[in-house]
Design a protein around this ligand. Structure first.
Ligand SMILES: [Zn+2]
Length: 147
């Protein structure tokens, strides 16, 4: 299986973070558990231990500080991540199959919504352009009438 796909599982992600330096015991908020909870894993723990990546949106992030909030960092650097949008916690309880279904379905739904939104905006733009043209036409006509 694709390595990244196996990172769907919390335990697998946590496994890649065994080396993580910040712990709750030291009062840190940026712990391996919290990072794994919000989707992060470490692709190369030996050569690049600080470079983490979200298994779903693939956002790579490094330069972590002990007091960072993994959720907030993830959200601010990758606001459209489906894993965050679907609620990571809820997803962890699902079986892999359900999980994939939800992701696939939601990605499809989000794509459809994006498409609809684009079309709505497009027809709105068309409407505005039409009105502007009509308005300009009226103005030209009015100007002519006044002459
Ligand atoms: Zn993500």
């Amino acid at each position: 299986m694709d390595k990244r796909l196996s990172m769907i599982e919390y335990d697998k992600r946590l496994d890649t973070l065994k080396h993580w330096p910040f712990t709750a015991r030291d009062g840190a908020t940026c712990t391996a558990e919290k990072l794994a909870e919000v989707g992060f894993f470490c692709p190369n723990p030996d050569s690049d231990p600080d470079a983490l990546q979200c298994f779903l949106c693939l956002k790579p992030l490094e330069g972590w500080e002990p007091m960072d909030s993994p959720f907030d960092e993830h959200k601010s650097h990758s606001p459209d991540c489906k894993f965050l949008k679907l609620g990571c916690q809820k997803i962890e309880d699902m079986t892999m199959k359900n999980y994939l279904n939800v992701i696939v379905k939601n990605v499809a739904v989000i794509q459809v919504l994006d498409e609809i939104q684009k079309n709505v905006l497009k027809s709105y733009d068309d409407e505005v352009a039409k009105n502007e043209k009509a308005f300009a036409g009226n103005k030209a006509q009015n100007t002519r009438i006044k002459k």
